[in-house]
Design a protein around this ligand. Structure first.
Ligand code: PLP
Length: 418
């Protein structure tokens, strides 16, 4: 994406959304006879042509396994795979590409840390500290670890706006805390957490921090060195890349001390029946043939976002979120769930007398895709005393007209059930 994609005359923060929309072939269709309005981006985003083409190009022209070949195709595939890792490094400002581990997604990234760092460092009576707004993928891996190790999972509470209670966080940090795992942005509430403060407090207690960045990377610039986090996890498919590929960033000195994750090819230096020595980081954590096409696709997706300008992307997202908050919030019978001062990407709400699933179904008849349910964050639903919410979530190709269509659809649903 060249600078030509920015509409002149709209100021430096404006994306040329009409042009961006043409990059996403899936958007050009009707659903139930209505123009598709895709507002389920927090679940998965759509893919630009550049990403789709890069994957097809790989399979059509240089499909081959990486690392083990001396032939031309294998070398091309290896080079493209290495390039993708370097693109990820640049995107999150890691110090070295060896700190970038390719995984299946944010879920596998958290499981990897729990099963390697966690198993090596969490013992009986120790504590793992998470928050009340985590996605199940940043809860259950720690529960499994704590059960195995007879350790304790502790949870930082949130207030009625969906913001972390930082005072409680500080109190919960104890000499027994072995790791803090926290979302950068909540997928159910949109809350942006004060990471610098959290990391600073945790590090003052010598506690490492894992950040679940699945909902953050599509909406804001992330600099892992400036943040100082020890781990940062995200999924490719939520940032215009393919499914099945994601990233675990780990600080070099932390990764160097971690035991392996899965055993198999590529993660070893030498194998005998008596003894196996392991490969260097990151390969030590990437057993087996990787998702080569996925990594290449992810690299192209991140280049696409960087080409648009992450600051412009962030400004566009904030603009849409502010507009949606105002318009949806003003509808009779709507209650917004998640009203934190700093939010990004998602608007969660409930509508009087209308179950979120019914609302989702009615909106689908209008061509509008939103998500309804607990959003894999059941403890958040419990905290707010509701079974589910309706959630609209935004991407670079969304417009205010689409939010207007959402508002009309919600009003229609309210009338049907009134
Ligand atoms: N963390 C958050 C905050 C999420 O929103 C999600 C997915 O919705 C995940 C983790 C898990 O991502 P994935 O299913 O791609 O592994």
């Amino acid at each position: 994406m060249s600078t030509a994609a920015y509409r002149t005359g709209l100021g430096p923060a404006a994306l040329d959304v009409e042009r961006i929309r043409r990059d996403f072939p899936i958007l050009d269709q009707t659903i139930h006879g209505k123009k598709l309005v895709y507002l389920d981006n927090a679940a998965t985003s759509q893919k630009p042509r550049a990403v789709i083409d890069a994957i097809v190009r790989y399979y059509e022209h240089y499909n081959s396994n990486v690392h083990r070949g001396v032939h031309t195709l294998s070398m091309r595939a290896t080079e493209a795979h290495d390039e993708a890792r370097e693109t990820v490094r640049r995107f999150i400002q890691a110090a070295d590409a060896s700190e970038i581990i390719f995984v299946r997604g944010a879920t596998e990234a958290v499981n990897l840390v729990a099963q390697t760092y966690g198993r090596a460092n969490v013992g009986e009576g120790d504590e793992v500290l998470i928050t009340a707004m985590e996605h199940h993928s940043n809860i259950v891996p720690w529960q499994i670890l704590c059960q195995e190790k007879h350790a304790r999972l502790r949870v930082v509470p949130i207030n009625d706006a969906g913001e972390l209670d930082l005072e409680a966080f500080e109190k919960l940090l104890s000499p027994r805390t072995r790791i803090v795992a926290v979302a950068h942005v909540s997928n159910a509430l949109g809350t942006v957490n004060p990471l610098r403060k959290i990391i600073q407090l945790a590090h003052a207690h010598d506690v490492p921090v894992l950040v679940d960045g699945a909902q953050a990377v599509p909406h804001m610039a992330v600099d892992v060195q400036a943040l100082g986090c020890d781990f940062y996890a995200f999924s490719g498919h939520k940032i215009y890349g393919p499914t099945g590929i994601g990233v675990l960033y780990g600080k070099e000195e932390v990764l160097a001390e971690m035991p392996p994750y899965q055993g198999g090819g590529d993660m070893i230096r030498s194998v005998t029946f008596e003894k196996t020595t392991y490969n260097v980081v990151p390969y030590m954590f990437e057993a087996g043939t990787p998702d080569i096409a996925g990594a290449i696709g992810l690299g192209v997706a991140l280049e696409y976002v960087m080409g648009l300008g992450i600051d412009r992307v962030a400004a566009h997202g904030q603009d849409l979120l502010a507009y949606a908050t105002e318009k949806v919030g003003a509808i009779d019978g709507v209650r917004l769930i998640g009203t934190a001062q700093h939010r990004a990407g998602v608007l969660s709400f409930v509508l009087d007398n209308v179950h979120p699933h019914d609302l989702g179904t009615i909106l689908d008849r209008e061509g509008i895709a939103i998500r309804t349910g607990h959003h894999c964050a059941q403890p958040v639903m419990d905290r707010f005393g509701i079974p589910a919410t309706a959630r609209a979530s935004f991407a670079v190709y969304n417009t205010k007209e689409e939010i207007d269509a959402l508002v009309d659809g919600i009003r229609k649903a309210h009338e049907v059930f009134a």
